[in-house]
Design a protein around this ligand. Structure first.
Ligand code: ASP
Length: 745
């Protein structure tokens, strides 16, 4: 019987053939114990399951005493004896095939394909399940999650709610997969005669289309054809009632089902996915990423609170600038003087330091940060970081907390040992040309400035005449690489390795030659080999280059040389398959310089941020000129990605003022921008330090995702747009007037 789309089981009909006493008992108990209890809490759910199982046994016992039990009651009893069930089940399947061979309705795969291709759903497909939707709104509850069913659930009566992942109509037998956030399970119509309303159930089952929303009530049974590829593949739910709660009335831009090969979202452009983010997130793969993110954050909170006694404290979003090296996002303030703006925090840096002055001792926050900078795959205008600060501890104490957080969030306790490997910034730059070296592979580079003192090779000679310049060589031993050996074509102008160096800023691209088999001389282009002849042996020895290895040289400003050779290093590693995808290379890069020189602006800027403490030895040596000092700063690097960093902080006004001066900030400017911090330092600020871990980047790596956009629910494009909401949007003239802002035409 239909009530709207709802097929209400008429127990009296269903139990017609069973003995009255037995059926009455089954109806009451199953209704009470299994159908009526919604999922509220995990433990409650377990409780329901236990009861359900207990009920199954009771029911079975009751049924077996009745020789005239209906086939539905037989289903319940059958479920508790899976072995005897299978041959009976197979016979029934065959029977069903014969019975419904003629009743086959239109296949859903064709409609799914049409939907995936972006066509409007045909009126018949959209209306077929639409006609079963109740005209009334309803908010049904469920007893069980689709993905939680397994062989031990056999015999349970369950109610599930979810989306139709796929519907199949095979020779008149209708199957569908119903999916919720926990997974999917197959549902199937019962054999003829099981339910009086079987034809209506079948009609609804055959009308189901991808992504319509259903509530299904039925009994879990063991599957004849088990599907090892899905978690619930050993079982299916035989439908007793089904309700269509909602349908898809707009064409799907891509298929959500992971089993659907055609029209797959992974093959859609990122633009299509971001525009349709609501559906994109419904995909199991994306939900899994969000879940992984949630788990990681939960573990971070747990270790900080339970193991180290940290307290989570929120800090303002509308504030004054907190410099981290990027442009600020400004929010015009309506109630302040014209032109006044709040700045969104680039990090909670200054607030967390002031909390230390307040005596909070151990602060953390899962904080949203905003940086207006050029965007890439691993950058977003707004991103999340786990922000930590603590008083009365040294760098080792802080790094230990960060390591524990990393291990808990990543689950890599067995793969990465504490304390993590450490490497100074100077060593990382010298050997790998990067402050975030990927140590999953070995290729190393060496500076040749001293060796090439009296070289006559013009490009190297002229490079070394300029300040802050270098000639470096990267050694690539591909002598055993067979057909993967790096060809000269890739290294010459227009070759992909050469072009990588050019794109990284190297005006001359790159020079290359090989170490001869004698291990003492060089082989290759005449000009280079002759130009380096007088120092060939020194080059080979200093760079530890084995016979037959490839030498790749870049000359120019040291910064450019490092960037170019870092790129080339990665390219060669990929070409030679040197990167083990299962490796986990975690390290701290320490002792960063306090400042780096900005060649374009011809001034020093803070390498980390200007609140970082100078190395005490360097400070003592020359307290009034910190430009060459090292900082007590550390970055956490995982597989070549910087996932976090921190430092010990300055906690005295006089030292902080020196640092401001070194970056060219006048006393007045420092007072205006950071007077509140300088003042706080005069009220007995404790020595303190901290770190932050980039949640998006870490989770991206843990999920094996290629972009942080795949682990952020609603991300922005590389041009800072939200394609879903179409932010940023234009403000109206009235809004601008209120903010004292005029449009410049
Ligand atoms: N505020 C720093 C950052 O966002 C982290 C820190 O030093 O704690 O990179």
């Amino acid at each position: 019987m239909f009530v709207g789309s709802k097929i209400v089981l008429l127990r009296t009909t269903r139990h017609k053939t069973a003995s009255a006493a037995t059926t009455a008992a089954i109806t009451t108990t199953t209704n009470k114990m299994m159908m009526m209890r919604p999922i509220q809490h995990q433990h409650q759910h377990q409780h329901v399951k236990k009861h359900a199982r207990a009920m199954t046994t009771t029911t079975t016992a009751m049924c077996s005493s009745s020789s005239s039990a209906s086939s539905s009651t037989r289903n319940l009893s059958r479920a508790t004896t899976p072995t005897s069930q299978s041959s009976l089940g197979r016979k029934k399947q065959q029977h069903r095939f014969q019975r419904r061979a003629i009743a086959s309705s239109s296949s859903s795969s064709s409609s799914a394909a049409a939907e995936a291709g972006g066509e409007e759903p045909s009126s018949s497909s959209s209306s077929s399940s639409a006609k079963h939707v109740s005209s009334l709104l309803s908010w049904p509850t469920r007893t069980t999650l689709c993905g939680s069913l397994n062989i031990s659930s056999v015999g349970e009566k369950v109610s599930l709610c979810g989306w139709v992942d796929k519907q199949r109509d095979m020779g008149g037998i209708c199957f569908a997969d119903v999916r919720d956030h926990s997974g999917l399970v197959q549902i199937i119509g019962a054999a003829e005669g099981v339910h009086a309303n079987q034809s209506q159930i079948d009609e609804i089952l055959s009308s189901l289309r991808s992504e319509c929303v259903v509530k299904v009530v039925g009994v879990v049974r063991e599957r004849n054809n088990k599907n090892k590829n899905i978690k619930t593949g050993e079982v299916e739910v035989e439908v007793e009632s089904i309700e269509v709660l909602n349908v898809v009335s707009k064409s799907l831009p891509f298929s959500i089902s992971e089993g659907e090969k055609s029209g797959n979202a992974d093959k859609s452009s990122e633009e299509v996915r971001l525009k349709n983010r609501v559906l994109d997130l419904r995909r199991p793969k994306m939900l899994k990423n969000l879940k992984r993110r949630h788990e990681a954050i939960k573990k971070m909170r747990k270790v900080l609170e339970d193991e180290f006694d940290f307290m989570e404290i929120e800090t303002p979003v509308l504030s004054r600038p907190t410099p981290e090296g990027a442009r600020d996002y400004l929010v015009p303030a309506r109630t302040a003087a014209a032109g006044s703006c709040y700045a969104l925090p680039q990090s909670p840096q200054l607030f967390k330091q002031m909390l230390m002055v307040s005596g909070c001792d151990r602060y953390y926050q899962v904080a949203r940060c905003f940086r207006d900078e050029d965007l890439r795959a691993d950058r977003q205008p707004e991103f999340t970081q786990l922000d930590v600060e603590m008083s009365f501890t040294d760098a080792d104490g802080i790094m230990n907390v960060a390591e524990r957080v990393f291990l808990e969030a990543s689950g890599m306790h067995k793969k990465v040992q504490q304390p993590f490997r450490r490497m100074t910034y100077a060593e990382a730059m010298e050997k790998y040309g990067s402050d975030k070296p990927d140590l999953r592979f070995d290729l190393e580079m060496t500076t040749l400035n001293d060796v090439l003192n009296d070289t006559e090779f013009p490009p190297f000679k002229s490079a070394l005449e300029v300040s802050r310049s270098s000639v470096k060589v990267l050694v690539v031993d591909d002598s055993q690489a067979g057909k993967n050996k790096i060809s000269n074509a890739k290294l010459k102008p227009k070759g992909e390795i050469f072009e990588d160096a050019v794109n990284a800023g190297s005006a001359n691209g790159l020079f290359f030659c090989r170490v001869a088999e004698d291990g003492k001389t060089l082989e290759g282009a005449k000009g280079l080999v002759e130009g380096l002849a007088n120092c060939a042996e020194k080059i080979i020895n200093t760079s530890n280059a084995p016979p037959g290895s490839l030498l790749l040289f870049v000359a120019g400003k040291t910064k450019v040389v490092n960037t170019a050779l870092d790129k080339v290093r990665h390219k060669c590693a990929n070409m030679l398959n040197l990167i083990d995808p299962k490796a986990h290379a975690v390290l701290w890069v320490t002792d960063f310089p306090m400042f780096e020189y900005n060649e374009d602006e011809e001034r020093f800027e803070a390498c980390h941020h200007p609140f970082t403490a100078p190395n005490t030895e360097d400070y003592e040596k020359n307290p009034d000129d910190l430009t060459e000092a090292r900082a007590i700063a550390y970055d956490l690097v995982y597989n070549g990605v910087e996932i976090g960093g921190g430092s010990l902080r300055i906690y005295r006004r006089d030292v902080q003022e020196k640092v401001f001066k070194a970056i060219g900030m006048s006393t007045e400017e420092a007072e205006d921008k950071f007077g509140y911090l300088l003042d706080a330092f005069q009220y007995g600020a404790p020595p303190h330090g901290g770190f932050a871990i980039g949640v998006d980047r870490l989770v991206m790596l843990l999920c094996g995702a290629k972009s942080i956009r795949d682990v952020i629910a609603f991300p922005k494009t590389t041009t800072g747009q939200c394609l879903l909401t179409r932010a940023p949007g234009e403000a109206t003239t009235e809004q601008l007037a209120e903010l004292n802002i005029k449009r410049i035409e």
